[in-house]
Design a protein around this ligand. Structure first.
Ligand code: IMP
Length: 447
């Protein structure tokens, strides 16, 4: 095992509160020595908020740990990076903290770019798909599709700036969009500030990107040789922060609410070209909400919850979209789905958040599915999931006030300890940490 390593992914359908766990481990390693945080997948579709005094900054592409002095932030080649949005994030952090990030960020020259052309195409395609495919509108899947179609625009296409490649890229997207009866230059796309702006002409698009490339220039490097060096230096803390969640992976989630990147731990191996051996990462944990699940989009979870309890959870845990404020769907915790995500995701440990979302009534969770009288597993297929019948079990609840007040493992209410042991047994996995309330210090290490 490589000392001082930890990797985290979302273990359900997103929004599990991973950023806070990542921050906790970055802080832990940072007390002993230098730390790097590596992000391998996704782009501006992810999101977490940091606070600097009274200022709240929404971050989408910079990993957690950005607020911890000296920590290096590495954006790997499995990411799809939007240059304009990234510059905006960097500048807002620098403005709020008064400190330069120039020595702290490194971007792999092979990372893929997602540009306003991709955002425009996604918008136009969504109309063509008629009510299908939800996306965050950040041009994520078209950018990954470019890779599979063998014409990605990579960071090194703009640093140094290759005008001809960028012009060819614009013209390709113009053809695709006009093929769908629309015009690229006038299609409006979302900006970092959340406003809608037209993409503009080829000349305007190139000029804008050229200006952005000049600003990003200082961060761009061939990251892999550095990753090899970092891995060899066992005193250096390495934290890998994945984006999205295993249940949002196109292979393991349910259409149409899936994203295009590899949301499993295997993505780290790929984006580091094997420099980080995931089998040697000490902590390889998926983060899930302890007592329920949340989901955004059209997918119908077998354990979907309605009525007063769903509303209560939504209110207590603020289960509303971070940008859209849309109420999230709430579901009973679905162990067949989690068992599946653990298996396909390469997950070794589980971290439970929201242990304080508990009520004075039995805690109902799904332990199995039945189909035609037989016990069956989760499969990533909505048609199949519509047919299964969840089997529920009721467990003894604990008191919210007691768990919120717990300072360490020994203070945990008996029923909460029992619940953790129950999940460990049902899922054949270790649970080394839980969170017991919204404050950062409401975090309890179990092993
Ligand atoms: P895309 O990632 O923008 O392509 O969106 C694909 C699907 O993944 C949509 O259903 C999004 O709502 C969902 N999604 C992407 N990122 C997140 C996330 O960080 N949390 C929850 N859902 C997400």
């Amino acid at each position: 095992m490589r000392k001082n390593t930890a990797a985290f992914c979302g273990g359900a359908y997103g929004d599990e509160g991973k950023g806070r766990i990542v921050d906790w481990y970055v802080n832990k390693f940072a007390r002993k020595g230098p730390v790097v945080v590596f992000r391998d997948n996704g782009g501006a579709n992810a999101g977490h908020t940091v606070e600097v005094g009274d200022t709240r900054i929404a971050l989408h592409q910079l990993p957690s740990g950005v607020m911890i002095e000296g920590v290096k932030l590495l954006l790997g080649k499995g990411m799809v990076i939007h240059p304009g949005d990234l510059i905006q994030e960097i500048e807002s952090v620098e403005k709020a903290t008064g400190k330069s990030l120039s020595k702290r960020i490194k971007i792999d020259e092979l990372a893929v770019l997602t540009l306003d052309t991709h955002r425009a195409f996604e918008t136009v395609l969504k109309n063509w798909q008629k009510g299908g495919s939800g996306s965050t509108g950040r041009g994520i899947s078209p950018a990954y599709a470019d890779v599979l179609l063998r014409h990605p625009v990579r960071v090194r296409d703009i640093v140094p700036f290759h005008t001809n490649s960028i012009a060819a890229h614009y013209q390709l997207y113009q053809s695709l969009i006009s093929g769908l009866g629309q015009d690229l230059s006038s299609t409006r796309v979302v900006t970092a500030a959340g406003e809608m702006m037209p993409v503009g002409s080829e000349k305007e698009f190139i000029q804008r990107l050229r200006t952005q490339a000049k600003k990003l220039n200082i961060f761009v490097t061939n990251l892999v040789p550095l990753l090899i060096k970092y891995w060899q230096d066992e005193q250096l803390g390495i934290v890998c922060e994945k984006a999205q969640a295993i249940g949002l992976d196109a292979r393991w989630g349910v259409y149409p609410d899936v994203t295009a990147s590899d949301t499993t731990f295997a993505g780290i191996q790929a984006a580091t070209e094997g420099a980080f051996n995931i089998d040697e990462i000490t902590l390889r944990a998926a983060v899930i909400k302890a007592t329920y699940m949340s989901s955004v989009g059209a997918r119908q979870l077998p354990t979907h919850m309605t009525g007063a309890l769903a509303n209560q959870i939504r209110r207590d845990a603020d289960e509303y979209g971070a940008t859209t404020k849309r109420p999230r769907d709430i579901a009973y915790l679905d162990l067949p789905a989690i068992r599946f995500f653990i298996k396909v995701g390469g997950v070794k440990q589980l971290i439970l958040t929201h242990m304080d979302i508990i009520y004075d009534q039995p805690l109902k969770i799904c332990v199995d599915y039945k189909l035609n009288g037989k016990s069956v597993s989760y499969r990533p297929d909505q048609v199949y999931l519509n047919k299964v019948t969840p089997v529920f079990q009721n467990l003894k609840p604990w008191k919210r006030a007691e768990i919120q007040a717990a300072q360490s493992k020994k203070d945990l209410p008996f029923a909460a300890k029992h619940y953790v042991e129950f999940l460990e047994k049902e899922l054949h996995i270790k649970i080394p940490m839980i969170t017991t309330g919204p404050k950062r210090e409401q975090t309890i290490l179990l092993s």
